[in-house]
Design a protein around this ligand. Sequence first.
Ligand code: ATP
Ligand code: MG
Length: 409
Amino acid sequence: MIQAQKGTKDILPEESPTWQKMEAAANKIFSAANFNEIRTPIFEATELFARGVGDSTDIVNKEMYTFEKSERSLTLRPENTAGVVRAYIEHGFSRLPQPVKLWYKGPMFRYERPQAGRQRQFHQVGVEMFGTAEPAADAEVINLAVKYLNELGLNDLDVEINSLCCPECRKNYREAIKNVLAPYLPQLCEDCNFRYEKNPLRMLDCKVDSCKKIFEKEEVQKVILGDFICEECKEHFEKVQQYLKALNIKFKINKLLVRGLDYYNRTVFEIKSNNLGSQNAVCGGGRYDSLVETLGGPSTPAVGWAMGMERLYSLIEKTEAPRLDVFVVSEVPEEALKIVQDLREYGFKAEFDYSNRKFKKQLDKAAKTAKYALILMEDEIKSNTVTLKNLDTSEQVNLPRNDYKKQIV
Ligand code: ATP
Ligand code: MG
């Protein structure tokens, strides 16, 4: 038997209503803030991710699904920011009035070791805001993430923010981190040794306990907590905080927060939900002012975030599909078909017995699946009436065929 691939999962009919709830909430919250949905292709040129996500990241180094077609290297998207930026450039969105505000949802692909909350095909929902470097934009997208989570009933959230500053001050910070960690390289993990060369700040994000211990050492902490931030970035970061406070969003500054992707500068943030086990980061994002230019577009500041929808799913209250409003019980299929259609057009969820079984069998099926049985047997057809049975109370009334729908509630 052919089975679903490791790290992939069917979203089953009983799970779909909850997925639809997540999608509808996204549409509602983001549309209200004047963000428009964009849908980009699931595969792109590999180069887009190598340049856009960064070749020092785990995503590009270890996790991409890459294949060749007509001598082109293609990759299943591991995230959607690079694709959205590509579309922004390709369609000349920089010529539109700015900011351009977009949101997306859909499957992403990463070759990871499957475990709870971690799949090889998973879904993200995210927002991207282009064309404004203002701290109000950072606050706006963080606020949107919080409001979206609130809409889905998640209120116990930890919002963590940090500033990765601009490339200039980051250079000094990076050097200081490299200097203080140099003596510890033999004790640090293989990944950290690799990051030390490629992207030393990413080391701070390491999940290996023995590495974390080294980062807690006083001399290392002194560098991490040191003030490398320049005046302009400091002012930006302070304004973001001021706006978050105005919005009543509780947040913490986490100096270890560096995010997995290479393209961030200034504000980065993560939102954790307290109902989750070890993988409790549900949303991650930040400002990426150089990415549009890196990918060949005009210099355009931008800020955004992505959320993992499987993790979101595991946290929120599940929704069940509503049961049928009406099950039509009739031994005359032509009549059943007609009245079912009439009910559906009126807005009810309605069904009948396709195999035209005996009355009793049909009524049993109705009792199991619907709020009402609409009985349409020989007697009713002759008198041009229907019998409506409330299956919760067993009350039954005979009504004129042209005037029964108002009785269904
Ligand atoms: P992590 O540190 O957990 O690997 P990440 O930095 O790779 O996260 P991002 O690329 O920022 O994550 O993606 C944003 C969100 O997408 C994550 O917070 C998580 O909820 C979700 N996510 C990332 N990878 C997976 C995966 N393999 N399976 C399910 N969800 C994922
Ligand atoms: Mg990851």
